[in-house]
Design a protein around this ligand. Structure first.
Ligand code: FAD
Length: 340
């Protein structure tokens, strides 16, 4: 998302950018996402939800996102759902395929199979914006967790920046993810959204092995719950749901529908009336720590280098905020600054 947004903005400003894309298709994790681009209503609410995040970066998202969403629409991307369905947030849902195609068309030159490789030159002249999507694939591999994101984001942007003296921000172990049915060990990427088990708030949550138990209410995004499960043996837990909770809704789905999806995918679901127990496994969608940038998307500690999107750390620290919003806002800022 961030790289395409930066390139589309740069071309609009008269530059001739190249997007180097490691993968064999455009759109990264954005293409796989629910496409809801959102912000908290105020900086104070952003700070309360993500207390470790840099308020200067958070403020830019609060202040700029509405205009940036209008910009996406002006390029030809259509809003498929106004609003987010969440009283805490403001934003809109986009069709991610249409959004990807729109940004690729505006960016104009995307070179597939061309990775940014840390320690080597790209052979291209001019400023560079790092937008490789963080290191979710590497973190999932190192910690033996399911990957619920594109498979190419292995931390190349972070490594390149560190090699040039960059500072980091946020906690490099912190990530945003979802509980997914267990097994299967592998979930097709087009099922990442559909199979998410997002009803920990209505369940008793205990580790599959050992005596782990999640005490209290998880946060609304359940990011804290998923991180707790990721620390338990096998990174698995049982969600034990009372029948009274099966009709509760989370966004557009009931708890019963999410459980049905887990069962249909081959997940372990046990009936123990009046409870239904579902075996879930923690997955990694996005790393939250990464490169430190300033308010102009310049990489702190490195010369002539910009970063945007999940390569940037320290925005959502201690909580959860829209990764698409951060990618859009700082992708645009990076392009504007690199050309100023
Ligand atoms: C299932 C799912 C649902 C989600 N739902 C939402 C949602 O509703 N709202 C929201 O805000 N966020 C959501 N997200 C998160 C959102 O997709 C990310 O925050 C966002 O895509 C981050 O943008 P990015 O540009 O940093 O990374 P990406 O969009 O992943 O783009 C990074 C790109 O860099 C490429 N790349 C990696 N390494 C290199 C390299 N060395 N050289 C060249 N290219 C490289 C990758 O192939 C990829 O194309 C969701 C994610 C998933 C997976």
């Amino acid at each position: 998302m961030a790289g395409l947004a930066a390139a589309a903005r740069a071309r609009e400003l008269g530059a001739e950018p190249f997007v180097l894309e490691k993968g064999d298709r455009p759109g990264g994790s954005m293409l796989l996402s629910s496409g809801v681009i959102w912000r908290y209503r105020s900086l104070e609410e952003f700070q309360a939800e993500c207390p470790g995040g840099d308020p200067a970066l958070q403020r830019l998202i609060v202040e700029r996102l509405d205009e940036d969403l209008e910009w996406l629409e002006s390029l030809g991307a259509s809003v498929t759902e106004p609003g987010t369905g969440n009283a805490r947030t403001i934003g809109a849902r986009f069709d991610t395929l249409e959004l990807t195609e729109t940004l690729v068309r505006k960016a104009n030159t995307v070179l597939f199979g061309h990775a940014i490789v840390p320690g080597t030159e790209t052979g291209l002249e001019g400023p560079m914006v790092l937008a490789t999507g963080g290191f979710s694939a590497r973190l999932a591999g190192e910690r033996g967790l399911l990957l619920r994101a594109n498979r190419w984001s292995t931390g190349d942007g972070l490594d390149l920046a560190l090699g040039r003296g960059a500072a980091t921000a946020g906690d490099l172990d912190e990530f945003y993810g979802r509980a997914m049915p267990a097994p299967p060990a592998h979930i097709d990427e087009q099922d990442f959204v559909r199979l998410s088990q997002l009803y920990g708030r209505f369940a008793e949550v205990v580790a599959e092995e050992g005596d782990g138990r999640f005490e209290g209410e998880p946060s609304w995004s359940e990011t804290d719950l998923v991180q707790a499960i990721a620390r338990w043996p096998g990174s698995r837990a049982w969600y034990r749901v009372h029948e009274d909770k099966l009709r509760e809704r989370v966004r557009d789905r009931t708890v019963a529908e999410m459980i049905d999806a887990a069962r249909a995918a081959g997940g372990v679901v046990r009936q123990e009336p009046p409870f239904t127990s579902v075996l879930v496994e923690a997955s990694v969608t996005q790393t939250l720590g990464g490169i430190r940038i300033d308010e102009r998307a310049r990489v702190v500690g490195a010369e002539e280098l910009y970063a945007a999107g999940a390569d940037v750390g320290g925005i959502s620290t201690g909580g959860y905020s829209s990764g698409l919003a951060a990618a859009l806002v700082f992708g645009r800022i990076a392009a504007e600054e690199a050309l100023s």
